[in-house]
Design a protein around this ligand. Structure first.
Ligand SMILES: [Zn+2]
Length: 195
């Protein structure tokens, strides 16, 4: 599934009334994501992508603030309380890149020294953290997948728990729900079939 401005706008609306303030912010991040994910002809690729490194850095910091707010609100706000497992996972994923970029530290190691080197491999901008390259696009997929998962009834059909993780919906808009309480796996139907 390729992300465009329309798919971002639609997914952002899944946040609903409770976090209405964040909707236009996510739509802005979506617009920038589409710009930063653009593919360029070989000849001009390197120059264009180099110009996008700083914007990619800003994208990560901005998106992280949104994720952090969703995480904070999920401790109190009705609907999101049921999403805590996936919100926790989203925040943890973002931290892998955000902490090195914002603090020049390894995740979970306060006071450590890390210089995250920006890298461009193929068409994608990322940073070398330890021996791994983490890309901005991975983070944007994580955020998008979370927003899309809000269209799903995430209650475990076996035991009724909301403590579930949702996997693999981005590619085909289908995937599975893994219950963290009874460990069952279920296919997940979408609540609606908005295209
Ligand atoms: Zn269950």
């Amino acid at each position: 599934m390729s992300l465009n401005i329309k798919t971002w706008n639609r997914a952002s609306n899944n946040l609903g009334k409770e976090l209405e303030f964040l909707i236009p912010i996510i739509q802005g991040l979506g617009k920038l994501d589409v710009h930063l994910s653009k593919r360029y002809p070989q000849k001009e690729k390197l120059d264009k992508l180099k110009n996008n490194v700083f914007l990619s850095y800003l994208w990560i910091l901005g998106a992280y603030e949104v994720v952090r707010t969703i995480h904070e609100k999920s401790k109190r706000k009705g609907l999101l309380v049921q999403r805590q497992a996936s919100i926790q996972r989203l925040k943890k994923n973002f931290a892998k890149l955000r902490i090195p970029l914002a603090k020049m530290e390894y995740v979970g190691k306060e006071g450590s020294d890390l210089i995250p080197l920006p890298m461009i491999i193929d068409d994608v901008i990322g940073w070398k953290i330890k021996n791994e390259m983490i890309t901005r696009e991975e983070m944007s997929f994580c955020l998008f997948e979370f927003l899309l998962s809000l269209e799903i009834d995430n209650r475990c059909p076996s035991c009724g728990s909301y403590d579930t993780d949702i996997f693999g919906i981005l590619e085909k808009r289908e995937g599975y729900l893994r219950c963290l309480t009874c460990k069952d796996r279920h296919n997940i139907p979408f609540k609606n079939t908005r295209k």
